[in-house]
Design a binder for this molecule. Structure first.
Ligand code: CMP
Length: 369
């Protein structure tokens, strides 16, 4: 048990979890070994589980059997199979053991329970999933487009682009469907620009000027020359509560107030927590924050230790005159021992030097859940 915990602590998504949380996950893991050349999962199949590699290596492959292309090779500490569990989509790639590979396996039910309990994991996974999806799509583009010029995978984070001479519009639409695209495909010819919107490979809308959808599609199908660009939108992951599919517990939205001088810090933290289903308000100084507190009654306040109209200690004291709300203070600098002492006396206030969002999420979860 202790041994497994140690291995898990090396996996980036679990790194920030405490011992108790690691034990919770360890209890749900199964051990499985795959021999060299063995198919661990197959593209297009439904996803029942995800895997964490303990030792060995796996190739992530796309394309038909016999003509497979390796998109990536994963090693000890990496994980795979999470995409189908997070999105509900079929497997996006075939995974083959490159050598004897030992894994921990986590079934969907347990995965859902863990994500529900530790939303910070889905936050870190979400970033990786979007990145993997983009890479796989690029690779698929180069396989589909073959050596044709004009169908190229860019390296700037956007999706494939090219010319309609090299790839007909019908083939482009099939490509987007086959690769479960969530995003837009823009088509340009002369001064005209049309937009196809896809959600998980389904064509949702076709727009060109103010034409109706059928007319817009017919017009673009007749374009003999022009260019296209595919833009992948980051995935919206299912939240923990959605994926657990458990509705006996009442879902109470937690309210957060973020108080910080820096607009960027406010935005980054706000986005992360909104993505996790929190109701988030922000304020840049104490005066505005106190107004928000009296109307919103947040469950927790994340604040800078120095604000334009006073210190963190002044802020927490004025807040506590109104309401007993827990605080998390963020700081980059060496903190004066008096400040830490004052916070201890006031109580229910923590200090963290991290600005790593996943770490802040973890602190908030520990306080509120
Ligand atoms: P899933 O789609 O469930 O099954 C295949 C897995 O391969 C997928 O989850 C990811 O874990 C992994 N995968 C897909 N594309 C990539 C990539 N570009 N880089 C690394 N891993 C990938």
């Amino acid at each position: 048990m202790i041994q497994i915990g140690k291995i898990l602590k090396k996996v980036p998504i679990f790194k920030m979890l405490g011992k108790e949380s690691i034990d919770f996950i360890v209890e749900r893991l199964k051990f499985k070994t795959f021999e060299e050349g063995e198919n661990i999962c197959k593209i297009g199949d439904p996803g029942e589980e995800m895997f964490i590699i303990i030792s060995g290596a796996t190739d992530i492959c796309i394309g038909e059997e016999g003509q497979q292309q390796v998109v990536a090779t994963l090693k000890s500490g990496d994980y795979f199979g999470e995409m189908a569990l997070l999105t509900g989509e079929p497997r996006s790639a075939t995974v083959i053991a490159k050598e004897t590979t030992e894994t921990f396996l986590l079934y969907k039910n347990d995965f859902d329970v863990i994500l529900e309990k530790y939303p910070s994991i889905s936050l870190s996974m979400g970033k990786i999933v979007s990145q993997r999806l983009r890479e796989t799509l690029k690779k698929a583009a180069s396989v589909t487009g073959g050596k044709k010029e004009g169908f190229e995978a860019k390296s700037d984070g956007s999706g494939p682009s090219g010319t309609l001479k090299d790839m007909a519009l019908v083939d482009l639409i099939s490509f987007c469907e086959a690769n479960s695209l969530t995003g837009e495909m823009n088509l340009r010819s002369g001064d005209k620009e049309g937009v196809f919107t896809f959600e998980r490979g389904q064509l949702l809308s076709v727009k060109l000027d103010d034409l109706g959808e059928d007319e817009a599609l017919d017009t673009m199908l007749s374009w003999n020359d022009g260019t296209f660009e595919i833009h992948v939108r980051p995935l919206t992951l299912k939240t923990g509560s959605e994926s657990a599919g458990d509705d006996d517990e009442e879902d109470v939205t937690k309210k957060l107030l973020i108080v910080n001088n820096s607009r960027v810090v406010r935005r980054v933290i706000e986005r992360a927590f909104k993505g996790l289903g929190y109701e988030v308000s922000t304020a840049s100084n104490i005066a505005t924050a106190l107004d928000v507190i009296s109307t919103l009654s947040p469950d927790l306040i994340i604040s800078d230790i120095k604000l334009a109209d006073g210190s963190g200690v002044e802020f927490i004291r004025q807040t506590r005159d109104q309401q007993a709300i827990p605080f998390i203070f963020l700081t980059d600098n060496a903190v004066k021992p008096e400040f830490e002492q004052q916070l201890r006396e006031i109580g229910d206030a923590e200090l963290t030097k991290t600005h790593e969002v996943s770490e802040i999420v973890k602190l908030v979860e520990n306080k509120l859940l």
